[in-house]
Each structure stands twice: as C-alpha cells, then as structure tokens.
Write a protein that binds this ligand. Structure first.
Ligand SMILES: [Zn+2]
Ligand SMILES: [Zn+2]
Length: 141
C-alpha cells in the first residue's frame, strides 16, 4: 500500500497530499521563518511541487521578495513557502502534516540564528544557510 503524505491547516480549508515521501526534512532558525510562523524554530519538508496535490487549495499567498509564503485565510495557519530560485519546489511546514512524527529533521539550517534560550539536544549537522543542502538528500554534497 502506498503511504499517503497528507496534511492541512487547523480548520480544514486547506488540505493536500503528496504521492511521494518528501525529499528532505530540516529545521530552520532563520528570522523570516521565525516571524512568519511566530515560533522559535520551524521544521519543514521539501517536495517537488508537482508531487503535491491540493484537495482544498484555499490558501492565500503572500510574496515577500524572493520568498512566497502561503497561509490559510480562514484560520491563519502557515502552510508552505517557495523561493523564486526554485519555483518547481515547495516547502511545507512539518507541523501541519497529519503524521508529523514520520518526518524527523535531519539537519538544522540558519543555525547561527538559533535563539540562545532554545535547547535542542541532538547531534544533527548545523548549516549556516540552506545553500549547501542537496535537495534530493537533505545532506551536504
Ligand atoms: Zn484553515
Ligand atoms: Zn527559514
């Protein structure tokens, strides 16, 4: 049986599923993600955009420079972001997946921006940006 990688916002106005497992899963400590999600750190998973089907695509895009973020206009849940350098890719916040336990992060990105009072007890690689990560593996080449 094919595993379904599904998720959605808090109210159900936005629902999606992916036909394949995500290419990678990371934490992001950057200022932009922190503010956009009002969270000290976020976790997200990356898919090729054409692997994701939107059963309920009522999200609202918000474009800020090179980054396009989407939110549910009904309940405000942050859904995804994409970057103009790779419009064929989409990054979805792990915490809105139906089974977030299935996608443990394998690295930290923008680790130098991590808040000093946030303690994450792991030995995962810590990258200063996302630029060194291979999209297909989530690892440094
Ligand atoms: Zn919603
Ligand atoms: Zn970020």
């Amino acid at each position: 049986m094919t595993k379904v990688h599904s998720g959605g916002c808090r109210c159900g106005a936005v629902r999606f599923s992916a036909s394949k497992a995500p290419n990678f899963s990371v934490y992001c400590h950057c200022d932009d993600c922190r503010r956009a999600n009002a969270a000290p750190v976020v976790a997200y998973i990356g898919f090729m955009a054409d692997a994701v089907s939107w059963e309920k695509d009522g999200y609202k895009p918000f474009v800020n420079g090179a980054v396009r973020r989407t939110f549910c206009p009904e309940c405000g849940t942050p859904i995804s972001f994409s970057h103009e350098s790779g419009p064929d890719r989409i990054f979805i916040f792990t915490a809105i997946m139906d089974r977030p336990e299935d996608y443990p992060p394998t690295a930290h990105t923008f680790a130098t921006e991590q808040l000093s009072w946030l303690h994450l007890d792991d030995d995962l690689p810590r990258h200063t940006t996302t630029l060194l990560l291979d999209f297909n593996t989530g690892k440094s080449p």
